[in-house]
Design a protein around this ligand. Sequence first.
Ligand SMILES: [Cu+2]
Length: 284
Amino acid sequence: MTLAAFTDLFDLNKLMGIVPNHSEHGKEIDHMLNFCHWFMFLLFIGWITYFLYAVWRFRASKNPKASYHGVTNHVSTHLEASVVIIEAVILLGFAIPLWGKRVNDAPTEDKNPLRIRAIGYQFGWFFHYSGPDQKFGAQNPRFVGDGNNLGIDPNDPNSADDMIATSNMHLENQRATVIRVSSRDVIHGFCLPQMRIQQDATPGLEAPMWFRPITTGAWDIICSQLCGAGHFGMRADYTSEEKKDFDAWFKDQQEATQKIFAAQRELLKKRAAEQAAANLGKHH
Ligand SMILES: [Cu+2]
């Protein structure tokens, strides 16, 4: 038996059908999950064994009269205490530090991470890429429309290299990725199972998450909060690919986005001119 096959034998995650991990930090998550599964399994065996023993040991035929003293030793107290200690170690030693790393230690701009905003709506996802300047164009509801679903200000210099995509998010293999998750309507959940990460998408808030894909591939994005009648169909795709493929995709999308912004700038100019002419007419 090879070592891999041997360790697989003890991998309860696999037994329960977890999808393969494709992110840098995913190993730590899987390690903790596997540990929790084993711990719960052993607790289950332990409690069930004790329960069956108690049912047999204190059966009515052998114990016609109830004991009014009950248990006098402290074995159960010690057992309970050790369970609490193990659970505290899992929570304080593993779970909270892992979570802290995901939400606090996001790579800063000088590390040149891929910067994306993911905005949920009923029922799908919009993506807003900052572009090479690492800065997102400002948003204002008055710009929503004319193909500009997120209302990005087409006149903001920060939006001049931005890119907007719908239902399909591309990542660059091996590049740290920071995603700011939000929602346009109700609470959704932005879940990337293969990256071992998810974040609630809350209207009016932007919650960051970050990770690093370590292989190429294409998978499903899942909405992990029951968000309405179309929740079951709220899926999108994400792809991790090599830099040259990512760059080609990004360039295409960016051109399409910038075309929308240019058309909207023209339209806004035209509307402003019409408005000025109308106002002038009123005064005379
Ligand atoms: Cu949803």
